[in-house]
Unconditional design. Structure first.
Length: 435
């Protein structure tokens, strides 16, 4: 305990030293918490954390690490429903040339040769066909001569008939003079009545003969015209036969119908061929198309003229559906895709390319990326991310494309959903996402 200082002014304190030099102020010691109190506080904190963790774990049925998930947002925009395609480049025009007649073939080209339209590809030697043409021409010439002879004979007969008509006309005039003379003589009673009547009968006979001569001449002319027309028709028929044989003989020189490249030879040079036997194929490389074996399920949605794109060496080319096969083969429908603005250079036959066909377009559509999650839940639900939880959310989807899926209801723009495989979620209502 500290001593009270002595007042130096008092007489009793005079000459006595104080104890100030010996006194030392001692600080009051601090009070310390016991160790058990600190441990209690730590245990309480751990208990609170464990309770929170236990409640979180009790809420979720499945726990998945965040690094194993791929998450994307629901967007809104222009949705294009399309179908991915893969096929081979084929020639849109690839005619196969056939032998027009039986004979011996002489091939004038080799595979890979460039030919122009009208160039001779092969020649057929057919003596039988050429002989038929010569016989047809000879028959046509004989028919022409026969027709000319018929015309000359008709003209000659016409002259004879005309001469008979003219003589009959002269006989009428002579009979008329005799009748006038008989009338005058009968008036003066110079001749008998019998002579007079005979003059009348002679005139009637002359007139009748004239009429018959004219009718005979007209009938002959009609018959002659008919004969000439009949022979002319026969000659015309023979001319057509000759023209056809000339066409067949001309076709013995097999010519390319298009400009292109010789594809393959289907016969050996100098070999005997039958009629309609395939000889050679020609490929028009300026008109190449992509032939796609489209799955039957998409065939009902595809129509001729639909827009499409074809990928070639990193570049996308505009195209369109040019044709669709009317039959199904091996559950696929052969579909042709044609280039719109010209085909790329360096394109070859049988080259495999990819692309897509645009089926329909929807504006302001909700879209989610396409991924494995769509098959995991059958497209009926998605897992929407809310904080540390992925919540199973039923959705209604519409059309699908190669990269996105149209959503009709269940989510809104900006929602984050799990787009990776969700089979590990086992259909749980909520899944805890851990870091």
């Amino acid at each position: 305990m500290a001593l009270q200082p002595v007042n130096d002014n008092t007489p009793a304190a005079a000459g006595i030293r104080g104890t100030e030099a010996q006194d030392r102020v001692v600080a009051q010691p601090r009070r310390r918490w016991p160790i058990w109190a600190a441990l209690a506080v730590a245990l309480i904190a751990v208990a609170v954390v464990l309770i929170n963790m236990a409640s979180t774990w009790a809420r979720a049925d499945v726990t998945v690490a965040r690094e194993r998930l791929r998450i994307a947002e629901v967007t809104e925009g222009r949705f294009v429903r399309d179908v991915a395609i893969q096929g081979e480049i084929v020639a849109a025009v690839k005619p196969t040339l056939f032998a027009p007649s039986a004979g011996k073939v002489a091939v004038r080209v080799a595979p890979g040769d460039v030919v122009a339209a009208g160039d001779v590809i092969a020649e057929i030697d057919s003596p039988t066909l050429k002989n038929s043409l010569d016989q047809a021409r000879a028959l046509l010439q004989s028919q022409q001569i026969a027709l000319e002879r018929e015309v000359i004979t008709g003209r000659q007969t016409d002259l004879q008939n005309q001469q008979a008509v003219d003589l009959a006309e002269v006989a009428i005039k002579a009979a008329e003079r005799e009748l006038r003379r008989a009338e005058q003589s009968w008036e003066y009673q110079v001749i008998s009545r019998q002579d007079y009547e005979k003059a009348v009968d002679d005139l009637a006979r002359a007139q009748l003969e004239y009429t018959h001569k004219q009718a005979d001449a007209q009938l002959f002319r009609e018959r002659q015209d008919f004969e000439e027309r009949a022979q002319a028709l026969e000659m015309q028929q023979q001319e057509l036969r000759v023209a056809e044989l000339e066409r067949q003989v001309g076709a013995l020189s097999v010519r390319s119908p298009v400009a292109g490249v010789v594809g393959s030879l289907l016969v050996e040079d100098r070999s005997a061929v039958a009629a309609d036997l395939p000889l050679v194929s020609v490929v028009d490389l300026t008109r190449l198309e992509l032939e796609v074996p489209l799955v039957q399920g998409y065939a009902d949605d595809i129509a001729v003229g639909m827009p499409a794109t074809i990928n070639y060496q990193g570049t996308t080319f505009t195209a369109r559906v040019s044709s669709i096969s009317p039959e199904v083969t091996n559950n696929t429908v052969a579909t042709r895709i044609a280039f719109v603005d010209g085909q790329p250079e360096g394109l070859r036959q049988n080259q495999r390319l990819t692309g897509r066909i645009e089926i329909e377009t929807v504006e302001d559509a909700l879209m989610i990326p396409r991924g494995p999650y769509f098959n995991s839940d059958g497209g009926r639900a998605v897992y929407r991310v809310d904080g540390d939880f992925a919540i199973r959310t039923p959705v209604t989807v519409g059309a699908t494309s190669t990269s996105v899926i149209q959503v009709l209801s269940g989510v809104t723009v900006g929602d984050r959903i799990v787009v990776s495989n969700t089979q590990a979620f086992e259909g749980a209502p909520e899944v805890l996402i851990t870091d």
